[in-house]
Design a protein around this ligand. Structure first.
Ligand code: TRP
Length: 329
């Protein structure tokens, strides 16, 4: 059976961009393929952070993932640093990774230009970030990696690493993992300027109340052609329409499309309908989150169990890897 691996950074509360771009897809996939999902706290420490906050965010991410439908009894859900084999394999992969490939990664170039502009120097961990990512995936010999567009380059590099290791030590040992691109179109922030992201403050949190969500949706950017209510619009260029596609039933999406093009509805009418459908999807998630918050031991136990199962798989891979590399006594 095909095995799936994916990771998410513990970057505070999940927002609807992460939810639609990754987590909702994971929830469906866990029932179709053997799935390993990881909260990648070792990736998070490549940028400035507070230890207490990281711990809190890791727990919050686990709770939110479970509330969103990731079932720790169906898939393996764990925290990266609980399985030491990730860092061991990362070191090994460093020895078969071309430096030039690391320097060419778009994410490295972006992050290092930001880090390098201050008084802090660029940590080597930022450069080696994709090597750890390859180790995450290949430790479980996963074939499929559900990710967004922005991770395609990292996935290509993980294939190079698998190929190089295989060529040197054992033909065919590691599969070349493929990206399973998320079906949802890219969700922009409510400012319509850039991808939804916590650092830009243009998000809707998965656990925000209906009133908070409305306060953000009401002023959100729509098709700029719709200056007056009587101006017809083009739903294809409207971020609110993308959100309808994600949250509203198909008949509603068709109706919204027609009402926008004919200026039958104003943007506020359109947003009210979206708000109703969004809240309907988020309310059960929020109810589960409240239940889990009342019983924090359940989340801790789920992560402990997940780490245990992940370690079993990881140990087998590492035993074989060490053997093929002459690292055994
Ligand atoms: N780099 C990924 C991101 O920022 C997170 C990640 C780490 C990941 N390890 C992974 C994703 C392994 C997929 C597979 O989104």
């Amino acid at each position: 059976m095909a095995r799936v691996f994916s990771g998410i950074q513990p970057s505070g509360e999940l927002h609807i961009g992460n939810y639609l771009g990754a987590v909702k897809n994971w929830v469906a996939i866990q029932h179709q393929m053997q799935s390993v999902f990881c909260i990648v706290n070792l990736h998070a420490i490549t940028q400035a952070y507070e230890p207490a906050q990281l711990r809190e965010r890791t727990q919050a991410m686990a709770l939110t993932l479970i509330a969103a439908g990731i079932d720790p009894a169906t898939c393996i859900l764990f925290v990266q640093s609980d399985v030491a084999e990730h860092t061991e394999l990362q070191w090994i992969f460093n020895t078969v990774t071309p430096l030039g490939e690391l320097e060419r990664q778009t994410q490295f170039k972006e992050k290092s230009s930001r880090a390098g502009s201050g008084e802090v120097s660029i940590p080597a961990g930022l450069l080696n970030y994709p090597v750890l990512q390859a180790a995450d995936i290949l430790l479980y010999r996963a074939d499929n990696v559900p990710v967004g567009e922005d991770q395609v380059q990292h996935l290509e590099l993980s294939r190079v690493i698998a190929r190089n290791w295989n060529a040197r030590f054992k033909a065919g040992y590691f599969p070349e993992p493929q990206a399973l691109l998320t079906p949802t179109r890219r969700i922009m922030g409510l400012d319509g300027q850039a991808k939804m992201s916590k650092s830009l403050g243009n998000t809707v949190g998965l656990l925000e109340s209906p009133d908070e969500i409305w306060a953000k949706l009401r002023p959100a950017v729509t098709d700029p052609a719709r200056v007056k209510k009587t101006d017809p619009g083009n739903p294809e260029v409207c971020n609110i329409f993308s959100l309808h596609r994600a949250f509203s039933p198909a008949e509603t999406v068709t109706h919204v499309d027609a009402q926008c093009r004919s200026a039958g509805w104003g943007c506020v009418d359109c947003k009210k309908v979206l708000h109703g459908n969004m809240v309907a999807e988020l309310v059960p998630i929020q109810a589960r989150a409240a239940e889990l918050r009342a019983e924090p031991k359940r989340v801790a136990a789920a992560l402990a169990g997940g780490a245990e199962r992940a370690r079993e798989l990881a140990k087998v891979t590492m035993r074989e890897v060490r053997d093929h590399m002459g690292l055994t006594a």
